[in-house]
Structure formats: structure tokens, C-alpha cells
Design a protein around this ligand. Sequence first.
Ligand code: C2E
Ligand code: SIN
Ligand code: SIN
Ligand code: SIN
Ligand code: FE
Length: 410
Amino acid sequence: MSKTDTSPYIKKIPISKLRKGMFVHDLNCGWMDHPFLTNQFPVKDDDTLKTVCGMGLRELYIDTKKGLDVADALTQQEVKQEISQAMAAIANEPSLPMSVTLQEEIGRARILHKEANQIAHDMLLDIRLGKQIEMEKVEPLVENMIDSIFRNPDALLPLARLKDHDNYTFQHSVSVCALMISFARGLKLDRPTIKEIAIGALLHDVGKAKVPDSILNKPAKLTEAEFDKMKSHVVQSIIVLQHTPGISQIALDVAGQHHERFDGTGYPNKLQGDGISLYGQMGSIVDVYDALTSVRVYKKGMPPTEALGKLLEWSKYHFDPELVRQYIKSVGIYPTGSLVHLESDRLGVVMEQNEEKMMQPIVKVFYSAKSRHYLTPEIVNLAKPSCQDRIIGHEAFDSWGIDPAKWLPQ
Ligand code: C2E
Ligand code: SIN
Ligand code: SIN
Ligand code: SIN
Ligand code: FE
């Protein structure tokens, strides 16, 4: 299991219930700009209370051992249980069948992934030079990515997980594109629509080409001014796409609305609810998922299962909860490429999803958690009736010192 604190004293409260005398344990906002050096501090005076209330948070965690309590608040443990129950309910719904085996698809997917990164990389350089996007390269690429994911998503999706610090911007675009195709496939959208969604996904962050590298790859938190500059990437993407002949409204929606949020707190247009198109809503879910699970110059990546839990938790405000559920169905509770902990106290990487049995994927087992040494790798199909083992939780590669690049299906 992840090593987060599950003390019964940690409780989640709405911001409206925060009072002087309480102790903030976690602002529940990841990296958002805030004036406190740490996420944990006592609300000792009215100034602190005012500052926290003015941060635009909806909910936060307090430590009731170190400060005042709120009677009917859920403990962190209860919040986690709620998320696990919601995940388990999703797991009981059937998913889509594959048409070819992983072995048949993996070679093609590897070549395609390289090509996609090259095209996305060149495109950013071109835009920096003021050149147009070459749709004659983009269109066949996304067609090939759609074909691959429809044949077997377990080949291309885990390849797209792998990113290196310096190349995040274009690798993220390729990854979002692959994840969006699989999401759209799960929603059973038609092929011409999926193509436009994929184009929008591949191009969603092209405006980042107009943001200086010093901000884009800053190995620390951004200042307010830098973050404003960063946020302008959406409008820049829109401008670039509007100058791209043949671009569709669907592709524009994905790119132009991927930072809008369901409750109207997003940018650039503070759109709300269904004012954000389905394609923009899908883009925001996938963008946050891929950003959270990626290694960056300034932070570690989050294990995929944990990121899905965060999306569910945030979906109360930022995303349509039903759409988040559909997204989880499309990637699985333990997405391909995740590190999982088995009841036998062994670790393995998820190689393939099992249709209808989300909690029982096919896993390559290679590590003994008990004795902390590598085992001879073994492929275990957890859905086989004869299989005695099961997943008890997800793990982060880096807390075990395991290099994900060595173990992802590739
Ligand atoms: P956003 O918060 O609007 O951030 C937009 C982009 O600004 C990010 O795109 C990233 O390139 C840059 N950025 C934001 N904060 C920092 C920072 O502290 N340092 C540096 N060097 N760059 C920063 P990215 O990474 O593709 O993320 C897309 C969206 O995913 C973010 O949009 C946000 O909504 C979400 N997200 C990503 N990581 C986290 C996280 O750790 N916590 C939370 N709560 N949300 C995250
Ligand atoms: C958050 O809810 O704090 C981050 C995810 C998002 O930007 O919607
Ligand atoms: C879940 O939340 O159902 C997954 C459990 C875990 O991996 O921690
Ligand atoms: C991942 O690759 O699963 C995210 C980073 C990590 O778990 O170390
Ligand atoms: Fe973006």
C-alpha cells in the first residue's frame, strides 16, 4: 500500500469549517501557489485563517490531535475507503475486448511510439520558428495510433508512460494523445470523432512552444508571474491551431478547454459544467492524470492508481464524476505499467488488463518485497481460477529503488 498517513486524527473538512485553533495537515492542492512554506501549520491567528480561506481551496485536511476537531468530518481513512469502494464498483463493469495479443502488437507500437515522439518534438521546434503545423504528418500518425490502440491498448499505453525530465513537453503530448484515444474508444465514440480528438490531444500544449524554456523546465515552483506566463500557453495553442488549415472544432475544443474546470475555476475562459464540451472535459481529465503520473524536473511521478484516486476525489469540483469513472474504466484500476504488491508479498508490473476482471490483470512478477531481492520473472494471470495470488495494493517504483524503464512492457 502507499505509505501515506492514515491516522484517525487526520480529517477532511470543507474550507467553510476551518477555524482558529485548528491544525492544517494537508492543503490538498498539490503544488498550487500558496504563501506557506509547508502544507502543515497551526491556524493560530485571524490573519492565517484569512489567508487560507482566500486561497480558493474547497477542502483540506486537519490534524485533530494537534488542534480543534470538527464533529461530523470524515477521517482520512474513511475518505480512502470511499475512494476504494468507488474504484471497486467501477471494476465490476465489463470492459472492451482486444483484437490481437500484446506480443503481436508490441513491435509495431514501439516503432510508432518513437515516430510519434519525433514528430511531436519537431513540431514544437517548428512552432518556435513561427512555422505552421504539418497536418500531413499529424494525420497519418494519429490514424496509426488509433489503429494500434484499437488492436491492443496495452502495447502503446505503457510506452507512453516513460518520460525523461527534459523532454516532458512533447512526450506528454504523445501520452495524452494515446490515453485520449483509449478513453474515446471506451466511450464508444465514432472513428471520425476519435481522429479529431486525437489531433486535438497531440496538439493541446503546442502553445508551450511560446513559453521560455527557463519557465517550462524550471526545477522548482513557479513564481506568480511565471505561472501567469505558463497559463498563457492555452491561448497560444488556440492561436496556433486557428492558423492551421483543416483543424476541426473538436480538436480546438480539446486544446482550448483542457485547463477549464467543471466548477468554473479553470482558465482561460472560466467555463462551467456543460459549458465545457465533452472533448474539453476529456482533455482536462487526461492532462491532469498524465501530469500527475509523470516524473518532472521538480517532482516525482505519482503511481497511476493513486492519481486515479485523486481524480475521483477532485471530481467533486473539477471534473464530471461520471466521466472520471468512465476514464478509470478505460485505463483500469491498475493501469498497464503500474507496479503492484501481491498477497504473496511479491511485486510485479501490470502487463495486460483482463476484460471483465479489472482487479485481476496479467502481471510480470519479479521482486520479493519480503527479502528485497529480484526474482526470476514470471508471468502471472491473476484472473485464472487456479491462481492463488491477488493484488493487495499499488506501489511507487522509486520507493523500492526499481527502475520502471527496465520493467514496463516494451
Ligand atoms: P496547471 O496547474 O495549470 O499548470 C500548467 C502547467 O504549468 C503545467 O503543465 C506545468 O508545465 C507548469 N507548472 C505548474 N506548476 C509548476 C511548478 O511548480 N514548476 C514548474 N516548473 N512548472 C509548473 P503540466 O505539468 O502538464 O500539468 C497539467 C495540469 O495537471 C496542471 O495545470 C494541473 O492542473 C495538474 N497537475 C499537474 N501536476 C500536479 C500536482 O502535482 N498537483 C496538482 N494538484 N495538480 C497537478
Ligand atoms: C487540484 O484539484 O488541486 C488539481 C487538479 C486540477 O487542476 O483540477
Ligand atoms: C483501490 O483504491 O481500490 C486500490 C487500492 C490500492 O492500490 O491502494
Ligand atoms: C510510475 O512510473 O509508476 C510513476 C513513478 C513511480 O512510481 O516511481
Ligand atoms: Fe496544458
